[in-house]
Design a protein around this ligand. Structure first.
Ligand code: ASP
Ligand code: MG
Length: 473
């Protein structure tokens, strides 16, 4: 019997009604398939946990206690509504209570020290998933589905880069097979915490915000799932953000490469690393709506479907900054780019796109806005000699920009797509500050003024994405 891995995000387990709905879906599928279930924390809980730790670190000794109270109420209400058996209720109550106590103890420590290390932040932010999965699993049992809850800290083994841990694949694969396969073989539905892992020594880590998609992909890959389904609160991956363009539509089929590019460039569809464990094995992903399960959703596969002259989506990413290093003396001097980027890397800033003018008089690249000041200072320090000789005149950051990315396979092979994108922007009166076309066959990215973003997205969506869609039919 094939195994399906089903992941439910925060809104899909955000209330007692949502959990009941999610469990109905799982129970239906578990009738004739082996099911592995992954859950996020109940919607909003991770944010509250983080807020509790941060306010404690800032010297507020009351806020985390108020949050602890809210966490108790939210989970207790879910337990009351979802589970009838007194024995189960008492066990769940104790489990949630112990975790909320742990939250308070941790926050008290943070409050006393006035410091929340990233290790402590992981310990705190992992609690939401751990509070949620026992409740979901108990509801499954109540619906007659054999189930148990499992903490991913025994399964997902990571390095110690807290808050964005790197997975140790071999050890994780071995642990997942050892712990989960026997359960699946017995017809039990394991309900596993998304988002969290642990180091070899058992110290809790997390995979970064939104990381439970990635958890599902990892676990799904190692139990050899037929497919991984990501259950969320929208009908699938959209052609653009519906808040920017109300005529946004669901994209029926996407390739791994396309969705990877979209996740990287701001579409809040899937955690950026999600498809990585699945690509090699060719395991398809489906994105589906918990609250509208009849909708087809989006299928993400290895196959690439390129309809001539079309692009699939347009996304925007804000909170970025364009850093430029410029100077006439840069011409023909080898190593400036390398030194610039090594200075950037030392500040742990992620470079989202790079462009160099062909005359070599400037290099510009995009980094997260929060890092822009630091990055510029680091570059000035690294290239001090060149500044002194006036080979380089300036290094500066422009925070008032956003990146717009047009996604669709075959971008490089099709002629005319870029022309249509630029035509749409011209018509909307949007000035393009920088362009990267060529780094990936899946996308063209442009830097525009932040103010221009909504107009630019709407114009590209209307004239290129939807228009192309109609032409392809
Ligand atoms: N609960 C975590 C978060 O809010 C992980 C997830 O939901 O994917 O980031
Ligand atoms: Mg998510």
């Amino acid at each position: 019997m094939p195994t399906l891995t089903l992941k439910f995000g925060g809104t899909s387990v955000g209330s007692a009604e949502a959990v009941a709905q999610a469990v109905d879906i799982v129970a239906g599928i578990a009738r004739n398939q082996r099911v592995l279930m992954i859950c996020s924390a109940m919607g909003g809980v991770t944010n509250l946990l983080i807020e509790g730790a941060q306010t404690a670190a800032a010297g507020d000794g009351a806020r985390y206690q108020a949050i602890a109270h809210m966490l108790r109420q939210k989970h207790e209400a879910a337990i009351r509504a979802l589970v009838d058996s007194d024995v189960e209720r008492i066990a769940l109550h104790d489990e949630v209570e112990a975790l909320v106590d742990e939250f308070e103890t941790l926050c008290y420590g943070i409050y006393v020290l006035r410091e929340a290390s990233s290790k402590a932040m992981d310990k705190v932010s992992s609690l939401g998933e751990r509070m949620c999965v026992p409740v979901v699993s108990a509801r499954l049992r109540q619906c007659g589905v054999p189930s148990c809850s499992v903490s991913a800290s025994r399964l997902v083994i990571t390095d110690d880069q807290f808050q964005n841990a790197g997975v140790l694949f071999e050890e994780t694969g071995a642990a997942v097979r050892r712990e989960l396969l026997p359960l699946l073989d017995q017809g039990v539905v394991p309900v596993v915490t998304g988002f969290i892992g642990a180091t070899r020594d058992g110290v809790v880590t997390t995979l970064g915000r939104g990381g439970s998609d990635y958890s599902a992909a990892l676990l799904g890959a190692y139990v050899d799932s037929a497919e991984v389904w990501i259950w969320t609160d929208v009908d699938g991956v959209m052609t653009t953000d519906p808040r920017l363009a109300p005529d946004a539509r669901v994209i029926p089929v996407l390739s791994y490469g396309e969705v990877g590019e979209m996740a990287y460039f701001g579409a809040k569809v899937l955690h950026a690393k999600t498809v990585q464990p699945l690509v090699e094995r060719g395991i398809p992903v489906r994105v589906k709506n918990t609250f509208n399960p009849a909708a087809e959703g989006t299928l993400i596969t290895r196959e690439e479907h390129a309809a001539p002259g079309t692009v699939k989506a347009v996304t925007a990413i804000g909170d970025v900054s364009l850093v430029t290093v410029a100077g006439r003396g840069m011409i023909g001097v080898p190593g400036i780019a390398a030194r610039t980027f090594s200075a950037v890397a030392k500040r742990q800033a992620n470079v989202l796109m790079i462009a160099q003018s062909s005359s070599e008089q400037s290099i510009c690249f995009v980094v997260p806005e929060a890092k822009s000041r630091e990055v510029v200072a680091a570059i000035k320090a690294e290239l001090e000699t060149e500044f002194g000789r006036q080979d380089i005149d300036r290094a500066w950051a422009d925070d008032d920009v956003e990146i717009i990315t047009v996604v669709g396979v075959g971008m490089l092979r099709q002629s005319g797509v870029a022309a249509r994108v630029f035509g749409a922007l011209g018509e909307a009166g949007v000035n393009i500050i920088a362009i990267v076309h060529g780094a990936s066959d899946y996308c063209v990215s442009m830097v525009v003024r932040a103010d221009d973003t909504p107009r630019a997205v709407r114009a590209i969506h209307k004239l290129v994405v939807l228009n192309g869609d109609a032409a392809a039919r």
